[in-house]
Ligand binder design. Sequence first.
Ligand SMILES: *Cc1c(COP(=O)(O)O)cnc(C)c1O
Length: 413
Amino acid sequence: MRDIDAPRLQTRMLHMGRPVPTAEGARAVPVNPGIMRASTLLYADMATMREVHRRRAEGERVLSYGRHGTETAHALEDALTEMEGGYRTRLFPSGLAAIATAFLAFLAPGDHVLISDSVYGPVRKNICADILSRLQVTHDFIDPDGSDIRGKLKPRTRMIYAESPGSGVYEMSDLRELSTVAKSHGVTLVVDNTWASGYLHHPLALGADVSLIAGTKYIVGHSDVMLGAAVCSQSSWARMERTAHALGHVVSPDDAYAALRGLRTMPVRLAAHAAGAAEVAQWLQRRPEVAEVFYPLLPTHRGHDIWQRDFTGACGLISMELDRGYALEQAYAGAIGLQGLVDRFVDSLSLFGLGASWGGFESLVLPMNMAASRSVADWSRRGPILRFHIGLEHPADLLADLGHAFRSLGTAG
Ligand SMILES: *Cc1c(COP(=O)(O)O)cnc(C)c1O
């Protein structure tokens, strides 16, 4: 076969994590690695078992016991490591498990952590409130753009945790700036890279130590599997791996298989999601009922320049803010309150499913409580915010559905 010098990432993703057929070795390999289910793996004799355990203790990835993963999980790990340009990857039963493990891996009592104001809700609600406080780890939230970070660093700051674009309204973080600060203070930088699903953006190349991905979203891509991953640099690997192992995290081979299968088509799915989202976002921007549309691809989006510099594309998530004056007027005219107005809009949609998560093939809608999700930024005086995941439906059908929902709100006065 002809040598291709530098195939693009989209091309390489079709082959990652798969053995290569050779004339001497594996002469024929399946296109999709098979599902290897095992708890017990049997050894030939005592000497072999000791040898395998020794290699495992030295950090080598070997087949030894189901909890350390079988060939199916190993194939997915290799693919994610290559996609993100990491050293090694650890899989988790959910995105949240990967996040929680990172906090436990790099923090100890007395430490301090800086957390982006834009983080995924359960980081604030569950990890900060239920785990960090009990471990006597203190935390402060920072502006996602990092502008206030130097004033909030403490002698005991051990970790910076960012998510870019953020959850809900997609605030952008300047990871180059955050990693400069992290490196000069010897602090670990952990980044939730779920929006880009490890494909559109590579935090490790920008100086981060760990890139976390909820594979539940676009990697799996079909809303039917929970999965998390931590792609690590060489320096962060041992801490992440040991902590994950101690907590007993393991992913079923069936789920790893589904994720690896999903990964192959993720680049083309993301492009289709983004094309639909861009069309819907521009349409929403022209609606008089809408005050602001949040989507990093839009030149009007705050931090659009960072997205343009550091990302190779966008996903299908967009959010809109209903004009507060308009919303209050309609809510008053209909005597239904702001919540009633939002309920009416959501319940009028038929192509947008109502439910958590995103990254599957269908469009979804979810009202966002931004005021309760931020503590640095003040969202208390904004209009109602709705998040849409734009699926693979024809965009014209989605626009018709949204137009119907807007009409259901009526026009006061
Ligand atoms: C969904 C999500 C997670 C959590 O992933 P789960 O697999 O649902 O636990 C973490 N971070 C972000 C940004 C997410 O959107």
